[in-house]
Ligand binder design. Structure first.
Ligand code: ADP
Ligand code: MG
Length: 254
């Protein structure tokens, strides 16, 4: 099933900047996708629209098979709280709160009891390998640890989709690779994961990379035409018939 389907999506900001100019993207349930592109190409705008943090100027956004483009604020924020976890480059943790208190914050909007919120926050921190840092404040944590806290906060509500906007942008290469491994683990456990990245190595390691430029999709392997798709299929499923037909010279398979 497609969790996300964007149809001819545009976003023009006040002042006339056309951040997105007709974007069609389909992301299936459980996919892991990287979004890359030059600064200003519309990556963050796109992620905010997928995550219901903003509304398109025109076009449609379907989440889980339902067109949410014209849903009201309350319905969108309920959907966001239930289905979507966000991770940002700047972590956006509350300095005055401990790790476990930061992670428990999204649960305040749900009706769970305090002890239950604490238990779930501890479990989320353990899942990202931070069970030993429950009571540290952000200032007492390294950059990589802060981002793990932010990821724990994103997953504490058990969303089906995790959206990350340059989550390794403030980290050194080795720490960034560890953070990407955390996203891989969440993906392996069934989450749909969409990551904006500037890092070529990280992008190259992703199963699908969508390239944006000037508010349009420049390249997306899922957009492969019928010929490319049939080649992909024949590579995946070896041809069963014996190949005895004459193949003209120069028409070798790729
Ligand atoms: P990226 O994340 O790829 O760097 P963005 O999606 O942040 O790109 O921005 C795309 C374009 O939209 C840029 O020209 C940016 O200046 C503009 N933009 C983004 N957010 C706003 C906003 N809130 N108001 C006006 N212009 C914006
Ligand atoms: Mg951006």
């Amino acid at each position: 099933m497609s969790v996300v389907e964007l149809r001819d999506l545009t976003k023009t900001f006040d002042g006339g900047v056309e951040a997105l100019r007709g974007v069609d993207i389909r992301i299936d349930d459980g996919e892991m996708v990287a979004i890359v592109g030059p600064s200003g190409s519309g990556k963050s705008t796109l992620l905010q629209l997928i995550g219901c943090l903003d509304r398109p100027t025109s076009g449609e956004i379907h989440l889980g098979g339902r067109n949410i483009s014209r849903d009201g604020d309350r319905r969108l924020s309920a959907l966001r709280g239930r289905e979507i976890g966000f991770v940002f480059q700047q972590f956006h943790l509350v300095d005055a709160l401990s790790a476990v208190e930061n992670v428990a914050l999204p649960l305040l909007y749900q009706s769970s009891r305090r002890a239950e919120r604490h238990r779930r926050a501890v479990a989320a921190l353990e899942r990202v390998g931070l069970g030993h840092r429950l009571h540290h404040r952000p200032a007492e944590l390294s950059g990589g640890e802060r981002q793990r806290v932010a990821i724990a906060r994103a997953i504490v509500t058990e969303p089906s989709m995790i959206l990350a906007d340059e989550p390794t942008g403030n980290l050194d290469t080795a720490t960034g690779a560890e953070i990407i491994d955390v996203f891989r683990m969440l993906h392996a456990d069934g989450a749909t994961v969409v990551i904006i990245t500037h890092d070529r190595e990280i992008a190259a390691s992703m199963p699908r990379v969508i390239h944006l430029r000037d508010g349009r999709v420049e390249a997306d392997p899922a957009d492969a035409g019928p010929i490319e798709r049939s080649i992909e299929r024949s590579i995946e499923q070896p041809i069963e018939q014996p190949i005895e037909q004459e193949v003209p010279d120069g028409a070798a398979c790729p």
